[in-house]
Design a protein around this ligand. Structure first.
Ligand SMILES: [Fe+2]
Ligand SMILES: [Fe+2]
Length: 443
């Protein structure tokens, strides 16, 4: 390729042979030693006499028209050699760029940091007094990511070029160069800069979209959690109101429901139920006797052992409770219906209302049976005083595999420490729903 000398030089002077200056010629001694040597040698001749054939080599070596400065953008030329600065400036201005000059990294930073100026490109020498061009590029590409950096140096060193590129430089051009080469490198560097900016903007748009979506999702989840909490509170209230119907009829059941609910949750947890299922057991179990609402007072409140006929009627509270609670798609009510229907079934099939046995009885019903009986045994009844915990345990052990599922009973007995905490704790605590006192007050 035919290389031209730097443009202004080429207009006014040429190298002695009239042949464009190339790197190879510099190596043959025409350029002098060190980076920029060729330019210096040309400038020396420029100040002497104009070459007769200078007009043969156009300044616009790439065929471009002279343009208004800043038309294409602003370029910062960083070089400690004023002649090099001026030459590059002239080339760039002829191609429509506005140039600002800096003789050191420090000056370059001042220009870059000055308000109101926005550079698209920095042409940077490598060897300069003080900070090197490489160090300048390293920091500028971080502090001004929209500025493209192009190394322009007399050092034809591949490892240096590689270092510059790795630092993020958009090109590496060795002196001497033709105007065409300079402009091609600049065009490439600016093209790459534009792509990088577009890419970054696109990425930022995507990141913002992801952030917005994430925030929206987070809001939706919070809303859902609030809704679930409200739903859970409403469910709990429904359960308490439903349970209270039975309590109003059977004044003994006040704290029984709360203790029974805690025993059910304790067994379910130790039996390996999920946290949600344990909570459902806690909420649903107080409704197990809701069917007592349909049992006549003379049977429900009879302070003596029931006759066989009366007991048959009493057994109907399981079916009545099931009818009240079943048919709902709500998990809580479905479980409450199951508990109402099955809490008096016995593992050996001798229970009621259906006389189902073993695994036919839902596990929740088998758990409720253990919890219900233990609390009944350890609580005063109209027709008998409470048994002590030890006696109650003894009586229940005798029913292992008969009334009670052995695994569920073992699980319950293994947790006796927690069972006692619940029993004693509720007996000490002021009841949340002291129905007795409320009824008395109402009366
Ligand atoms: Fe019952
Ligand atoms: Fe009960």
């Amino acid at each position: 390729m035919r290389k031209l000398a730097l443009p202004v030089v080429s207009r006014r002077i040429h190298s002695p042979s009239g042949v464009p200056i190339t790197w190879g010629m510099r190596k043959q001694g025409l350029g002098g030693a060190g980076p920029g040597g060729v330019i210096r040698s040309i400038l020396g001749k420029e100040s002497g006499a104009a070459h007769p054939s200078s007009s043969r080599i156009p300044v616009e070596a790439n065929g471009g028209e002279a343009r208004t400065p800043s038309e294409k953008g602003r370029v910062l030329v960083v070089d400690d050699e004023p002649q090099v600065q001026q030459l590059i400036k002239r080339i760039l201005e002829r191609h429509g760029f506005e140039c600002e000059l800096a003789a050191s990294a420090e000056e370059a930073r001042k220009s870059l940091d000055a308000g109101g100026k926005r550079f698209q490109l920095m042409l940077c020498d490598v060897n300069m007094p003080g900070e090197s061009g490489l160090e300048l590029i390293r920091s500028v590409l971080v502090s001004h990511p929209d500025v493209a950096a192009l190394m322009v140096t007399g050092a034809d060193d591949p490892s240096l070029a590689e270092s510059a590129i790795q630092l993020g430089a958009h090109g590496y051009l060795t002196k001497p160069f033709s105007p065409n080469e300079l402009m091609i490198h600049i065009t490439n560097a600016l093209h790459r800069r534009r792509l990088e900016i577009e890419n970054r903007e696109h990425r930022e748009v995507l990141e913002r979209a992801v952030e917005n979506r994430t925030a929206a999702l987070s809001d939706a989840v919070s809303q859902l959690q609030r809704s679930e909490q409200e739903l859970r509170m409403h469910q709990e209230e429904t359960v308490r109101r439903l349970s209270s119907m039975a309590e109003l009829r059977d004044l003994e059941t006040g704290r029984h429901l709360e203790r029974m609910s805690s025993y059910c949750a304790l067994i379910a947890e130790r039996f390996g139920f999920s946290r949600e299922r344990v909570e459902l057991m806690r909420l649903a179990s107080p409704m197990h006797d809701v069917g007592k609402i349909g049992i006549p007072d003379n049977i429900l409140l009879k302070p003596a052992t029931l006759t066989p006929d009366e007991f048959q009627i009493m057994q109907q509270h399981t079916v009545i409770g099931y009818r009240i609670l079943s048919g709902s798609e709500a998990e809580l009510l479905a479980l409450a219906a199951t508990l109402a229907w099955t809490h008096h079934e016995r593992f050996d099939g001798s229970g009621y209302p259906r006389g189902i046995a073993g695994d036919e009885i839902p596990i929740e019903g088998r758990i409720a049976a253990v919890a219900d009986v233990f609390d009944a045994l350890t609580t005063d009844r109209i027709y008998r005083p409470a048994f002590g915990a030890e006696r109650a345990i003894e009586m229940m052990r005798e029913q292992r595999g008969a009334h009670f599922d052995p695994d569920v009973l073992d699980c319950f007995l293994d947790a006796m420490e927690s069972v006692e905490e619940i029993r004693i704790g509720y007996n000490r605590a002021v009841p949340a729903f002291d129905r007795k006192s409320k009824v008395k007050q109402a009366a």
